[in-house]
Design a protein around this ligand. Structure first.
Ligand code: SIN
Length: 306
């Protein structure tokens, strides 16, 4: 490979993903794109999964980074019970939960709203010391079309960097700040107040919260390396001038969302998506103006990135 080579395609050619699709006995797993994502069938999430079923769902989650289920009929308790099989639940300080369930936040947009919650590429709550392991999003009310969600694979984003860029980023930490998305200026902005009336954001002193995480993190369960910066919460790179970190980050954000690293999920009534925040980013497509879209999200706590 010449110094100028090392193109994304060169790396992708040498790394065919060979999913262990036949290793499942209790569930069916259908990959959604060449990069990530799989639809799981043969599971009713309103029931307590047996340990064997859970082991297969968990394996599919690790193999495919985001998994999807269709036609589920879940109460908020059942939604939380499924997520709790993976870990403790997060209570979002800025987005009040639905009534009686502080751990379930509404991802809502009303017909008159301009924006949806979480617009822009991101991984969830990366501003905390121990950011999220994963999130479980369940469709309650959908527009007739539009409102799909994109996901991008951050293992691929890392693996397709040149060796020079990998060396440069080795040992570099990024600063992630809650205030970048939930600061007082953001919460009182036209966008939050008038733009998303469906969700009542609230001020929390946790807006001051920030955390430093390695730009390249190692997934604690798979051992694989993944790019771990996002344009919603990452505000800079430690020990670098702002211009240096802005330049590097803007390249990394663009690289991370290369279409070849993505999949696109079309929601249907009763669908559920569960993504791994340690190795993916997601982007809700805001293309259903004048329509209502209501989903409920539970966010699972994770470990300190290393
Ligand atoms: C989110 O959880 O960030 C929103 C995802 C979506 O609305 O599809």
């Amino acid at each position: 490979m010449s110094a100028m080579s090392g193109l994304v395609e060169d790396v992708l050619l040498g790394s065919h993903t060979n999913y262990a699709a036949d290793g499942y006995r209790l569930i069916e797993v259908e990959p959604l794109s060449g990069a990530l994502g799989a639809e799981i069938s043969g599971v009713d999430l309103s029931e307590d999964l047996s340990d064997d079923q859970f082991e297969e769902v968990h394996r599919a989650f690790l193999d495919h980074c985001v998994i999807f289920f269709r036609d589920q009929n879940l109460t908020p308790e059942q939604h939380k019970a499924f997520a709790r099989r993976f870990g403790e639940l997060h209570v979002n300080p800025f987005i009040p939960g639905i009534e009686g369930h502080p751990e379930i936040i509404p991802i809502a947009k009303e017909p008159e709203d301009r924006y949806s919650v979480g617009h822009g590429w991101h991984s969830d709550v990366t501003f905390t010391e121990k950011p999220s392991l994963g999130s479980v999003l369940y469709a309650r009310e959908l527009p007739p079309h539009g409102g799909d969600t994109l996901f991008a694979n951050m293992y691929m984003a890392y693996e397709t960097l040149s060796e020079g860029m990998k060396d440069l980023l080795d040992g570099v930490y990024a600063v992630h700040r809650a205030g970048a998305a939930f600061g007082p200026d953001k919460l009182t902005s036209e966008e939050a107040v008038d733009g998303i009336k469906a969700v009542k954001f609230q001020y929390s002193p946790e807006t001051e919260q920030s955390a430093e995480h390695p730009v390249i993190r190692t997934h604690p369960e798979t051992g694989r390396k993944a790019l771990y910066v996002n344009s919603t919460f990452t505000v800079g790179l430690r020990n670098m001038r702002q211009v240096e970190s802005d330049t590097l980050l803007s390249f990394l954000y663009q690289h991370a969302t290369n279409p070849e690293f993505t999949c696109r999920f079309r929601w249907t009534d009763g669908a559920m998506a569960m993504w791994d925040n340690r190795c993916t980013q997601h982007y809700p497509i805001n293309d259903y103006h004048g329509q209502r879209r209501i989903l409920h999200r539970v966010t699972i706590l994770g470990d300190k990135p290393f």
